[in-house]
Design a protein around this ligand. Sequence first.
Ligand code: AMP
Length: 458
Amino acid sequence: MSFDSLGLAPALLRALSEAGYEKPTPIQAAAIPEVLAGHDLMAAAQTGTGKTAAFSLPVLQRLAGDTRTEGRRPIRALILTPTRELAAQVQENLRDYGKYLRLSSTVIFGGVGMGNQLQALRRGVDIVVATPGRLIDHMQQRSVDLSKVDVLVLDEADRMLDMGFLPALKRILAAVPRQRQTLLFSATFAPEIKALAQQFMREPREVSTAPANTVANTVTHVVHPVDAANKRDLLLHILAQDSRRQTLVFSRTKHGADKLVRHLEQAGVKSAAIHGNKSQNARTRALSDFKTNRITVLVATDIAARGIDIDQLPVVINFDLPMVAEDYVHRIGRTGRAGAEGQAISLVSHDESGLLRDIGRLLKTDLSISNVAGFEPSSPLRLDAGAPRPKQQQRQPRSQGGAGQGRPGGNGGARNGGTGGNRSPAHRPHGHSAAGTGENTGNHKRRRQRRGPATNKA
Ligand code: AMP
């Protein structure tokens, strides 16, 4: 199977070949013909499967083939993503794939000033990639016109629902034309995703290349039991085995991520944290320092990590296990991408035994548990039904993700008619809430970064 045989235009084929893509990934092979044929599409695809190109390529092709470009260009494609990082990443991909097409795109997300976004919208763009909260802000200000949208993409729809964006999505869906093509990409087809599709899509084709909640089979999972107090030293011990290896480390909390970075820096490991309390500039800088090897360790919280795209990351370390097993799948999506080998190492303390059990059950795969000499835990992990779970994080509804959280009213989702509201306990087990969004909401005034999501040639 080649990209050529999928019916993609020469301009796209040239860009793909320059990007080093030799053949389509399974999700691309399945999705691209359906989208080019004009069907609505529900695609079950997790991060790392090439899902961005699976929708970006046919969308670019469809738009390029439509020549009504007289006067100011209306927005013809709208791509919604849960986080700023993912929005930026998607637009970067659109730019790469569409570099030989005459299409423009812009990215719209919170946490930065409105100025550049307003300018871009005023100039007119073909494609908007947006996070829901900030898009609603623009809709309220009437600075965005969605009435000519032909294609709507919901990327990581499951995560958008997790983050309480359903009300925002409904408002956005009401603002785009009924006659449109809708593409929904989601790691899982949970019942609420199906309900969304039923309400807003027309006879969608379904494609799925990996069963829901599985991770790439090129990833090996290693669990090291360790006492919580010794985790930092064990992490240093693992990092020391290959001090030049780029490593993504996950922390459950923002505070924990910062503490860990301080510890790593003291030990001489160049590192930075990426989480929702960091300004957008700091997040962008940390990611770029990591990509260019100026730092070797990036410590991320779950939501901030969405959309991080780093080629062939060899290893991901879970310093803490996530409270929700599905987040393990998203974390691990950062390694073993596009067929490469990857390793997922989890440092697990006795009190996280219950979380490990959840993950094992979700993955239906064996997690190899091995002690590291010198770091053997004082109490072994328990994988029975009564296994303990960490207590202190269970009620931190605003602890992950968007800046502006942790303050009353700081969740601008609520300000925007509940766009960032809490997920019901029924959705998030163990009382954990993902109310935080990777996108900022209520505090643009406090933080006035001006990183310019200016219009770019798509
Ligand atoms: P995604 O699942 O969209 O986040 O993509 C995961 C990674 O795979 C990204 O780094 C893409 O650039 C890369 N990728 C996507 N499609 C292909 C392909 N057909 N061949 C090689 N790499 C790809």
